[in-house]
Design a protein around this ligand. Structure first.
Ligand code: ATP
Ligand code: MG
Length: 705
C-alpha cells in the first residue's frame, strides 16, 4: 500500500508531530482534555503504516469503548485505506475475547464459551449462594458480586483472595462464593467480563510460548485513557509490550474517574519508572473548547491537591459565558434544557449538537418526559437500553444456550418461555440429577426418564431437549439472521407475542424485528458465526448501547460515559451537593477529588456553550431532597459565568417570618433580626432539635425557601 505521509502530519502542532514521529520505544503522551491525544494516536498508527511500512496486523490499539474503536478505525482508514481493517482496534474486553476464542482450549474452555453479562452473573452468584446455604438477606449478593469483581481486577483468584481478604464475615462468605462461582462458570463453559481479562493474563503468564506469539504479533501497542486502567489491564499491556517495548500510552491524570471500579492512576504516573527510556510528550493547546470553557475547567481542577498543574490554552476565542441556572425542581430544570435546545435549533443549530450529562442514570427520566412532551428527539447512551429489554434478553438467552449447550444460566432463563409446563420442582430435580451424575443441565434433560420426574414432566422436558439439540445442529450453514428467524419460529417465541392481544406485546415484536436488523447488519459486515455475534453484542459497553436510531437527536448520558467525546452544546444537570459530588464520595478527600476530575471531564466535553443547572428541590430515588448547590459551582470564576434562575436572588432580602434552610440545622423561620449589612444577625427557630439559633448570613450558607 502507498500512503501519503504528508497528509498524515498536516495541521499538527510541533509537539503533536513529535508524538506521531516517535514510533520506536515507549512513549507517554500526557496532556489535558481536548489537546488531541486521541487524534495523535490515530495519526501515529497511520504513520507507522505509511512511513515505516509496519504491517497493519502488527499494530494494536486499545480504546475505552467499542464506539471509540470504530471511530478510530474509520479515521485511520481515511488515511491508509482498506488495510486499516487488519489492525486490532478494540476495547480490552473485545481484544481478550478474540484471543480467548483462539486459545480457549489451552485454558480448559471450549471456544464457544458464553459471556455472562452482569445480570447473568448475578443469577449465577445467587445460585451459588443458595447452594452454599447463605442467607441472602444477611449477605447482599450485590456486595459479593462487587468483591469478586474487585478481586479479579486485582488478579486474585479464589485462593489468593481468601488469603488476602479482610477478617469480616462478608469477606469470608465472598471468598467461598467466589470459589463456588468459578467452579460453576467452568462447568457451564462461561466467563464473566472480568474473567476475560483475568484469564488472558493467566494464559500469558502460564504459557510463555502463547505470550510470545502475541508479543510477535503486536509489535506496536497503543492504549488510550491509560489513567483508567486497572491492575489486570496494566499487567496485560505490560506483558505484551515486554519484548519490543513499543508501547504508546495516552492519558490525563486529571481525568481519572474509575478508581471506584479498580482503576489505578499510578499505572500512568509510574510509566517512566516502568520504562526509564520512555519519551514523554506534553500537549498544551486545546483544540476543542472556547477559552471561557477551558479556563473554567482549569480553575475547577486546580482545587485538587494531588496534581501537577498544566498549561492548557485555547486559540478558539472567548465565546459565550457559562450559564448557570437555578431551577425550582426537576421539572423546571428540564424545561430550561428544552428551552435552550429549542433556542439552539431555532438559531440554525442541530439537535445532535446538544448533549445532557448527569451523575446518575436516574436523573434522565425527568428530562426524557419533557423531551417527549416537547417532541425533541433524543437518544440515551447507557442505562436501560435495547439490550436490557426483556424480549431481547430472552432471545439472546436462547441464542447463547444454543451456541453453548453447557450454558445453564441462559437455559434456565428460557426453559419456560413460552410456557412448556416445566415447573420449578422439575427443574430443581433436574439440577440435582445433573449434579449427582456430573452432567450439564441440558444433558440431564436428555436423560429425563432417569430423573424421576413423573410421566408428564418427563415428556415436556424431553421435547424441550430435542428442540434445543436440534437447533444446535441447525445453526451450521445458516447466517445469523436465517438462524434467528428459524429459532424464533421453532421455539414458539414469536408466536407467543403474535397471539397476544396486549399492546405492549406488539412493541416487543417490533423490538425483535429490530434485533433482526442488527443481525442483518452483522451478516453483511462479517458473516461470522453465532458465537461471534454473541460475543460482539454482549461486549457492548455502556457508551456503545444507545436507545433510538435517530441520527439527529439530543444525546443523554452519564458524565462517566461522556469521556473522550465532544459536543458543541453541553448541559450539566443536577449540580447539587449529594448528587454531584455524589454523597458516596463525600467521606474522603480522594472521593471528592475524583468527583472533581469528573467535573473536569464534564466541562471539557463542551466546545462552544456550557449550561449548568441545579434544583432547589428534587425528588430522587423516591425521596424529596433539598440540596445546596454543588461546591464545584463556587469554584467557577465569577467573570466566566452568568447566573439566572426561577428563584434566583443575588442577596436575599431577609425579613421576619421568612422560611430559610441551614446546611446542618435544616428548615426554620426567622424570628428576629439585629445588626446591619455584614453584621446582620438573624434569630432562627429550626424545626429540628436544634431549636432557636443565632445565624449570621454573611458567614453561613442560609437559603430562602
Ligand atoms: P480527551 O482528553 O477529552 O480525550 P483528546 O486529548 O483525546 O481529548 P481529541 O479528542 O483527540 O483530544 O481532540 C479534540 C479535538 O481537537 C478534536 O475535534 C480534534 O479533531 C481536534 N484537534 C486535535 N488536534 C488538532 C490540530 N492539530 N488541529 C486542529 N484540530 C485538532
Ligand atoms: Mg481522547
Amino acid at each position: 500500500f502507498t500512503i501519503d505521509t504528508d497528509s498524515i502530519l498536516k495541521g499538527l502542532n510541533p509537539e503533536q508531530k513529535k508524538a506521531v514521529e516517535t514510533t520506536e520505544g515507549p512513549l507517554l503522551i500526557l496532556a489535558g482534555a481536548g489537546s488531541g491525544k486521541t487524534s495523535v494516536m490515530t495519526r501515529r498508527i497511520a504513520y507507522l503504516m505509511g512511513h515505516h511500512k509496519v504491517q497493519p496486523w502488527n499494530i494494536l490499539a486499545i480504546t475505552f469503548t467499542n464506539k471509540a474503536a470504530k471511530e478510530m478505525n474509520e479515521r485511520v482508514e481515511k488515511l491508509v485505506g482498506e488495510a486499516a481493517s487488519d489492525i486490532w482496534m478494540s476495547t480490552f474486553h473485545s481484544m481478550c475475547v478474540k484471543i480467548l476464542r483462539r486459545e480457549a482450549e489451552k485454558l480448559g474452555y471450549q471456544n464457544n464459551f458464553s459471556i455472562l453479562d452482569p445480570e447473568d452473573q448475578m443469577a449465577a452468584i445467587k445460585q451459588c449462594m443458595l447452594d452454599l446455604n447463605y442467607d441472602m438477606k444477611k449477605f447482599e449478593p450485590f456486595s459479593v458480586q462487587w468483591k469478586i469483581s474487585a478481586a479479579k481486577n486485582e488478579l486474585l483468584g479464589p485462593d489468593e483472595f481468601k488469603k488476602m481478604a479482610g477478617k469480616s464475615l462478608l469477606d469470608s462468605v465472598a471468598a467461598n462464593v467466589y470459589r463456588e462461582y468459578q467452579h460453576k462458570l467452568s462447568g457451564i463453559n462461561a466467563l464473566d467480563f472480568d474473567d476475560l481479562i483475568f484469564k488472558t493474563v493467566q494464559l500469558f503468564e502460564d504459557q510463555p510460548d502463547v505470550l510470545e506469539t502475541y508479543q510477535e504479533k503486536f509489535q506496536y501497542i497503543h492504549v488510550d485513557e491509560y489513567q483508567d486502567t486497572n491492575r489486570a489491564q496494566y499487567k496485560l499491556v505490560n506483558l505484551l509490550a515486554k519484548k519490543y517495548r513499543n508501547l504508546c500510552v495516552v492519558g490525563d491524570s486529571d481525568q481519572a474517574i474509575y478508581r471506584w471500579r479498580g482503576a489505578d492512576i499510578s499505572n500512568i504516573l509510574n510509566f517512566e519508572r516502568d520504562y526509564p527510556e520512555a519519551n514523554v510528550i506534553m500537549l498544551e493547546q486545546n483544540y476543542r473548547s472556547t477559552s471561557t470553557i477551558l479556563d473554567a475547567a482549569n480553575a475547577v481542577i486546580r482545587n485538587n491537591t494531588q496534581r501537577k498543574d498544566k498549561n492548557l490554552w485555547s486559540a478558539k476565542g472567548q465565546g459565550e459565558k457559562i450559564s448557570i441556572y437555578a431551577a425550582l425542581d426537576q421539572a423546571d430544570e428540564a424545561a430550561y434544557v428544552v428551552a435552550k435546545v429549542q433556542e439552539h435549533v431555532g438559531n440554525g443549530g442541530q439537535f445532535r449538537d446538544c448533549t445532557v450529562l448527569y451523575r446518575a442514570n436516574a436523573q434522565s427520566r425527568a428530562i426524557e418526559e419533557v423531551f417527549l412532551q416537547a417532541a425533541i428527539p433524543y437518544k440515551i447512551l447507557g442505562g436501560m437500553t435495547f439490550y436490557d429489554r426483556r424480549e431481547i434478553k430472552d432471545v439472546m438467552a436462547y441464542l447463547k444456550a444454543i451456541s453453548n449447550p453447557q450454558d445453564e444460566i441462559s437455559l434456565l432463563r428460557i426453559v419456560n418461555v413460552p410456557k412448556r409446563n416445566i415447573g420449578e420442582g422439575t427443574l430443581k430435580r433436574l439440577l440435582d440429577f445433573a449434579h449427582d451424575n456430573s452432567l450439564t443441565l441440558l444433558e440431564a434433560m436428555g436423560k429425563a426418564e432417569q430423573a424421576d420426574l413423573g410421566a408428564k414432566a418427563t415428556e415436556a422436558v424431553k421435547k424441550f431437549h430435542l428442540l434445543m439439540t436440534d437447533l444446535h445442529f441447525t445453526q451450521e450453514g445458516l447466517s445469523v439472521t436465517e438462524f434467528l428467524q428459524e429459532m424464533l419460529r421453532r421455539t414458539g417465541y414469536r408466536e407467543m407475542y403474535e397471539s397476544s392481544p396486549k399492546e405492549e406485546d406488539k412493541n416487543r415484536l417490533e423490538n425483535i424485528d429490530e434485533l433482526l436488523t442488527v443481525t442483518r447488519a452483522f451478516d453483511k459486515r462479517r458473516r461470522g458465526t453465532l458465537a461471534d455475534f454473541l460475543a460482539e453484542t454482549s461486549l457492548l459497553s455502556d457508551t456503545d448501547k444507545e436507545t433510538g436510531k435517530k441520527d439527529n437527536a439530543v444525546h443523554m448520558m452519564t458524565m462517566h460515559a461522556s469521556k473522550g467525546l465532544e459536543f458543541p452544546v453541553v448541559f450539566v444537570i443536577g449540580a447539587e451537593e449529594t448528587i454531584f459530588p455524589h454523597s458516596r464520595s463525600m467521606d474522603t478527600t480522594g472521593g471528592i477529588e475524583e468527583e472533581r476530575n469528573l467535573c473536569y471531564v464534564a466541562i471539557t466535553r463542551a466546545q462552544e456553550k456550557l449550561h449548568i443547572t441545579y434544583c432547589t428541590e428534587r425528588t430522587i430515588f423516591g425521596q424529596l431532597q433539598m440540596n445546596d448547590p454543588s461546591r464545584f459551582l463556587d469554584e467557577l470564576p465569577e467573570e466566566l459565568v452568568e447566573k439566572s434562575g426561577s428563584d434566583f436572588q443575588v442577596v436575599p432580602r431577609w425579613e421576619i417570618g421568612l422560611r430559610v434552610r441551614h446546611p446542618q440545622w435544616g428548615i426554620g423561620v426567622i424570628m428576629d433580626m439585629t445588626g446591619k449589612d455584614d453584621e446582620l444577625e438573624l434569630e432562627v427557630t429550626f424545626q429540628s432539635r436544634h431549636g432557636t439559633k443565632k445565624v449570621k448570613p454573611k458567614t453561613t450558607k442560609l437559603r430562602v425557601i
